[in-house]
Design a protein around this ligand. Structure first.
Ligand code: SF4
Ligand code: SF4
Length: 462
């Protein structure tokens, strides 16, 4: 089988995955509490549907859209118990957001949706099921899944890609999904093909997982629906960072380029993380809302690194000490997500969310603490940017406060992979600046929109 890839990017001397690679996913003990952010998606905000003192069942909807609109996704209780607090808490993106704190109490009771046959229901019923189950992209961005599966008519889709290219160091959750749930992954893929009417799908993964090929090929062969729905194949990519990025995976597997400022649908593709596809399969076969999350917990300050399945909202300190053997005194940096694209958070009392792929507890030896120096114009950031941008130019524009120049240099095409920062000999925090720059741009756009709305003439009175 041909192995494909993209130009530039990084090859890490060590991916640091060995601590959890090949380990089965272990179910966490039932925590005494969960803290569930009511807004975990990219879109219009939710409002709480419960009050302090309410008893809730696992799977019960506890928050949903404050206003109607397509970009909304509900949130569900991940354990049975009693709502003790509804208050703002720090979330994994370091912003404050309303969270529902549920304390475990009484017997575990479940309130799942009725199962639904994806092959006899209508497209509208299927999309409504995916929304009702609260499914968002679990690879990181948190985009509502039902919206991604409803591209506008002028964006025809002909390829679905299952993203199993887990290119971030330390993380091994997608590999665990491919190993342990291939039947659900393929069912999820078939459901997506049925909904979209697309006849071709590719499971994309890196060439460090070739041992999984025979098992995946057998699962595709054994699935009764697979051959009648279309063509499902496997695409191998070089183990290279950031191969799992949507745009780079599309290029590697199809030869197509997502245009500047565009989305995968502009290249005729929909990309779904393998964990998201499993969640879709479970939403139909079990009626299960997205209440659990598989994630990797690793890093030098974690005594027993593991792949775990945890209820959404769990706080790691609530687990029995012997479960993870966290060495708190050794922690220098806590990351939600991987070391390249994840967020550093101030403490471990941050809840696991639907898009938390890992928590990395790094020691001093694993972190770089060198101070930033001046740019030496070496061009290494340019040579390694997988999107072919000029990070040094974008950074100079941002330092000069020229947002428009930064946009012209490609700021909005930056996928925040961090390759430039990793390669910069002057240790300039390029990607962090680009994230801040994008935030400033969003604020400026909102201010301009608000100003335009304010000057709209009032309608004439009759
Ligand atoms: S400019 Fe953006 S896309 Fe390019 S290497 Fe840096 S972080 Fe990655
Ligand atoms: S890698 Fe760093 S030092 Fe080299 S050109 Fe880019 S910003 Fe400057």
């Amino acid at each position: 089988m041909a192995v494909r890839t993209f130009k530039r990017g990084l090859r890490f001397p060590s991916t640091r995955k060995e601590a959890t690679e090949g380990k089965p996913v272990e179910l966490t003990p039932l925590p005494k509490q969960v803290v569930i952010p009511i807004n975990q998606h990219f879109g219009a905000p939710n409002k709480s549907l419960v009050n302090v003192g309410d008893r809730v069942k696992r799977g019960q909807k506890i928050a949903d859209a404050a206003a109607s609109g397509p970009m909304t996704v509900p949130v569900h209780a991940s354990i049975s118990g009693v709502v003790k607090k509804i208050e703002p808490r720090t979330q994994s993106n370091n912003t404050e957001g309303i969270c529902v704190l549920i304390e475990a109490e009484g017997d575990v009771e479940e309130e799942f949706l009725p199962s639904l046959d994806p092959f006899s229901c209508t497209k509208e019923e299927a999309l409504a099921r995916i929304r009702e189950a609260g499914i968002i992209g679990m690879g990181g961005a948190g985009f509502p899944c039902h919206v991604k599966l409803s591209p506008p008519p002028n964006k025809p889709i002909d390829i679905i890609i299952a993203d199993g290219a887990e290119c971030e160091p330390y993380l091994t959750t997608d590999e665990a999904v491919l190993t342990e749930k291939p039947n659900l992954l393929i069912l999820g893929l078939i459901i997506v093909m049925k909904i979209t009417g697309v006849k071709k799908a590719i499971i994309g993964m890196e060439d460090n997982k070739t041992k999984l090929l025979p098992m995946l090929e057998r699962e595709i062969r054994l699935n009764e629906k697979a051959s009648s729905i279309g063509d499902i194949g496997i695409g191998l990519c070089r183990t290279r960072y950031p191969q799992g990025g949507e745009k780079l995976l599309i290029t590697a597997l199809t030869g197509r380029e997502v245009p500047s400022g565009g989305l995968p649908m502009d290249a005729g593709c929909i990309v779904q993380n393998v964990g998201t596809l499993v969640a879709i399969a479970e939403a139909f076969s079990l009626g299960k809302p997205l209440v659990d999350r598989d994630l990797t917990v690793s890093g030098g300050a974690c005594g027993t690194p593991k792949n775990i399945r945890a209820p959404i909202g769990i706080l790691l300190p609530d687990l029995p000490p012997v479960f993870m053997e966290i060495e708190y005194g050794k922690i220098r940096k806590i990351l939600f997500g991987g070391p390249m694209m994840g967020n550093a958070v101030p403490n471990l009392n941050i809840p696991v969310q639907k898009n938390t792929s890992g928590i990395i507890l790094m020691t001093a030896a694993e972190t770089v603490a060198e101070p930033e120096g001046p740019c030496i114009r070496c061009g290494r950031c340019i040579r390694n940017c997988p999107i072919r941008l000029s990070p040094v130019i974008m950074n100079m524009a941002l330092e000069a406060g020229d947002l428009d120049e930064a946009v012209t240099a490609g700021l909005m095409d930056c996928i925040e992979c961090g390759s430039c920062t990793y390669m910069c000999p002057a240790r300039i925090k390029l990607v962090q600046r680009f994230r801040v720059g994008k935030g400033r741009l969003r604020i400026r756009q909102q201010a301009r929109q608000a100003a335009q709305t304010a000057v709209q003439p009032a309608p004439a009175k009759s």
